[in-house]
Unconditional design. Structure first.
Length: 603
């Protein structure tokens, strides 16, 4: 694994820490099969390299953090002997780096800091200044999360100074952005502004638009805190324009909510309402449930402060609805109620049948005419029961078909059996995101009917492609399409099948440019990532099946970092499909919340 991310949280807004990646210790290239193979070679004692090198390779490929800690300790215990030419200091540096990364991933910050400090000592000893600077920033990030501001400030300052000396502009820009986030969180606004502006200059030179956008947004927040409202709006609006182009809508909505809170604290309720309403509208447009919830809560608080208690109550009711929807507390009541109604109908029929049988028993002692009459009544009732059962069976078939259209088969069966769906963790699935280049500007010149017809033309074909390969469509948002493979647990070829599906999608979009049924001439960007997810059903109204996890976030970043007409895959997917497809290595590109990640184009 690489160095993990942290979130610094204040009362309304999280500040993202950009990750710094060590080239000398690139743990993001994990490959558990490779790690297991290397372990077997190591245990046999038959390897054509130094003991340090094979231990280091095991750590680079290992995914289990406890196993990484075990082999890091072996490096440290054997450091004086496993590297020739008296270079044991390098072994100590690498061993402590591995420990720091593992503890960081496990969330044990105190042990992570202790390991990083030991690694820093040895890095300084061999004058490895680039590693020194990166470790110093990692220590600062950890202290920032622990709210130890004195040490955070010290290590940010030292790390930035060190990275300046080694001319590592990428890690320097990330370090400056981290330090700016920390300064903003601790209300050191002038210092935060200096960090953000310098980081922004570097990102612009490297043409890294996402880093530029976050710096602009953060600079806007600093100006808002300083009551420089015009400058705040200019910077945040510029950041929003970039993020909209990148289709990164969540941070836009968060920025707007944060501005609403700032202006409410300053008593400027007109601006507060303006930004809160914009946040709510954007969140609704793109189905961002968490931000719909937060924006409704903010509008409820603002309405209450302004004395508009009726509006405050309405917004608060919407907040409760989305809060409960996110928690999934009603467990899809509509479907459950329909099934309950079916059970009640069958129970009523059974009860009526028992009543009829009692009547027959009493009638035996009565008049034969009454017996005949009751028999005739039973005949009619039996016909009614048969007819009713057919209706029930038909409605049940319709309900089952509807469920299978919106839920995977296993999930639909669980819903029918239990009346609710428990979230499941899948250890390895492959997630695909796609969107059309230029769709927004194209759709502005069409009627609503034409927009829907155009989107349906493409998405219907995409659905057929997913069915062909046994993959699941999760949802669409605007012109974005999301699908996943591997939800059946035993689908070992899901990554290969997803790439094949992506290639067919790309081919169809290319062919559609010459299709007489549509005037659309789009190009498509596709991104794919493989890893673990959690899946389940959310919502009490218009419920939806969805997946969550860092795997989904990285897949989305693969799409936003892709190019028109290309399929961009992560290193995790590449390691699975590299023997099946020709892949072009693109290098390490910066990814929000994940630092630099290796990416590949599938040709």
């Amino acid at each position: 694994m690489g160095l993990d991310k942290f979130l610094i949280v204040d009362k309304t807004f999280y500040l993202t820490i950009i990750i710094l990646i060590l080239d000398v210790f690139s743990l993001i290239s994990q490959n558990q099969k490779k790690a297991d193979s290397l372990k077997d070679i190591y245990k046999s004692g038959k390897y054509e390299t130094t003991e340090f090198r094979i231990l280091n390779k095991i750590i680079e490929s290992e995914t289990n953090q406890d196993s990484i800690l075990y082999y890091a300790e072996r490096i440290l215990n054997k450091a004086p002997n496993i590297i020739p030419n008296d270079s044991s200091t390098l072994a100590y540096e690498m061993g402590y780096l591995a420990k720091g990364n593992a503890y960081l991933y496990k969330g044990d910050n105190l042990k992570a800091v202790d390991a990083f400090l030991n690694g820093l000592k040895y890095a300084k000893k061999i004058k490895d200044d680039r590693v020194v600077g990166i470790i110093q920033i990692s220590i600062a990030d950890t202290y920032s999360v622990m709210e130890n501001n004195q040490f955070a400030e010290l290590y940010y300052r030292d790390g930035i100074e060190t990275l300046r000396k080694v001319s590592d502009s990428t890690n320097l820009a990330s370090a400056l952005l981290n330090a700016g986030d920390w300064s903003l969180n601790t209300k050191q606004y002038d210092k935060a502004l200096e960090y953000f502006e310098e980081s922004s200059i570097i990102f612009k030179k490297k043409d890294y638009t996402l880093g530029t956008a976050y710096n602009l947004g953060n600079i806007g927040i600093v100006y808002a805190e300083q009551n420089k409202n015009d400058l705040a709006e200019d910077n945040i609006n510029e950041a929003i324009l970039i993020l909209e182009e990148l289709k990164d809508y969540y941070p836009i909505s968060v920025y707007l909510t944060y501005l609403a809170d700032i202006y409410a604290d300053k008593g400027n309720y007109e601006l507060a309402f303006k930004y809160a309403n914009r946040s709510l509208e954007l969140a609704k447009d793109y189905g961002l449930k968490e931000q719909i919830r937060d924006a409704n809560l903010k509008l409820s608080e603002l309405s209450k402060s302004g004395g508009d208690y009726k509006s405050s109550l309405n917004y608060f009711e919407d907040y409760i609805e989305y809060r409960d929807s996110i928690r999934n507390i009603d467990e899809v009541q509509k479907i459950g109620n329909a099934m309950t109604q079916q059970a009640l109908t069958e129970k009523e029929l059974s009860e009526q049948k028992r009543k009829t049988q009692r009547i027959i028993l009493f009638a035996i002692a009565g008049v034969l005419f009454l017996i005949g009459l009751l028999a005739y009544g039973l005949f009619r009732r039996n016909k009614f029961v048969q007819k009713t059962n057919k209706i029930i069976a038909k409605e049940k078939e319709r309900s089952d078909h509807l469920l299978l259209n919106i839920l995977p088969e296993d999930t639909a069966q669980e819903l029918k059996d239990k009346g609710r769906v428990e979230a499941k963790k899948y250890p390895s699935v492959t997630v695909l995101f796609s969107d059309f280049k230029g769709f927004t500007s194209y759709s502005e010149h069409l009627s609503p009917e034409e927009v829907v017809q155009t989107i349906d033309h493409y998405f219907t074909k995409f659905d057929n492609i997913m069915d062909k390969y046994g993959l699941e469509k999760i949802k669409t948002i605007g012109d974005a399409y999301m699908a996943v493979g591997g939800l059946s647990f035993d689908n070992v070829d899901q990554a290969k099948e997803m790439v094949l599906a992506a290639k067919e999608m790309n081919d169809f979009v290319t062919q559609a440019k010459t299709d007489t049924h549509t005037s659309a001439t789009f190009d498509i960007r596709i991104g794919i990532n493989t890893g673990p997810v959690v899946a389940g059903v959310v919502g009490t109204k218009k419920f939806a099946y969805d997946i969550w996890g860092d795997t989904v976030n990285i897949a989305s970043r693969m799409e936003s970092n892709s190019e028109a007409g290309h399929i961009n895959i992560s290193e995790a997917t590449y390691n699975v499909v590299k023997s099946d497809f020709h892949c072009e290595y693109r290098g390490e590109l910066a990814v929000k919340n994940h630092g630099n990640m290796k990416m590949y184009f599938v040709s």
